[in-house]
Design a protein around this ligand. Structure first.
Ligand code: SF4
Length: 223
């Protein structure tokens, strides 16, 4: 596909399927990078991961998850203590408010359990569509596309979606990507964004899906 060319939805779906098949071969190890063992742990880790690397979050949660084991534990946390415990993930005051508020809502509305529907998840304080989809796709075995910074950037470079709004990108991707693969597709595109289609210096000459990418800003081999 050439830059600027109009593409039918059917053609875009076919190209998207080829892209995903190619990424499956390129990144057979693609998986969620956050460490967790329960839906609650993943919910806390995903809130902490906003504007922070997953590696940093994993370092912080290694200790945090030993101290806070239930929604009741987080709901009863001292905000000043919690702020210090998550400080290195950045935006620690807002994240503290989100985690404690989310945990209190779990206790009050859901008996301390993480709910299994998107509607109930996004109704929790600090939980948006991306976080809800991370939980549905990775803690509950559902199929969901989570639009993080990598999916937002890469899907637009690949011409699979176009918007300033991540939620609109989500809806557009749902229309062109195969539903049975939504969760793994998220991991593949995120991994591609981390390793190859990086924000500042995409490695286009070495990109497995270069021939399927219409982005006019593709980098060229160094001469
Ligand atoms: S060719 Fe470049 S811009 Fe396109 S997907 Fe690959 S790395 Fe990203």
């Amino acid at each position: 596909m050439s830059p600027g060319a109009r593409e039918s939805t059917a053609a875009k779906r076919a190209r998207a399927a080829k892209i995903i098949r190619t990424l499956e071969r390129a990144y057979p190890d693609a998986r969620i990078a956050l460490d967790f063992t329960t839906p609650l742990e993943l919910l806390v880790a995903t809130i902490l991961a906003a504007q922070c690397t997953d590696e940093r979050v994993n370092i912080v949660t290694k200790t945090l998850f030993q101290k806070y084991r239930s929604a009741q534990d987080y709901a009863a946390a001292d905000p000043a203590d919690f702020e210090q415990e998550v400080r290195s993930t950045g935006f620690y005051r807002a994240k503290t408010r989100s985690v404690i508020g989310m945990a209190r809502a779990l206790v009050e509305r859901h008996g301390g359990q993480v709910p299994r529907t998107r509607e109930e998840l996004v109704a929790l304080p600090g939980v948006g569509l991306k976080t809800a989809n991370v939980i549905l796709g990775n803690a509950f075995g559902g199929q969901a596309i989570a639009v993080d910074t990598h999916v937002f950037r890469v899907s637009q470079r690949l011409g699979l979606a176009k918007s300033d709004d991540p939620d609109e990108i989500h809806d557009q991707l749902c229309a062109v990507l195969s539903r049975p693969k939504w969760t793994q597709t998220t991991h593949l595109v995120t991994t591609h964004g981390r390793r190859t289609c990086r924000a500042r210096s995409p490695a286009c000459p070495h990109c497995a899906v270069r021939a399927l990418c219409p982005w006019p800003g593709k980098t060229k081999p160094r001469s």
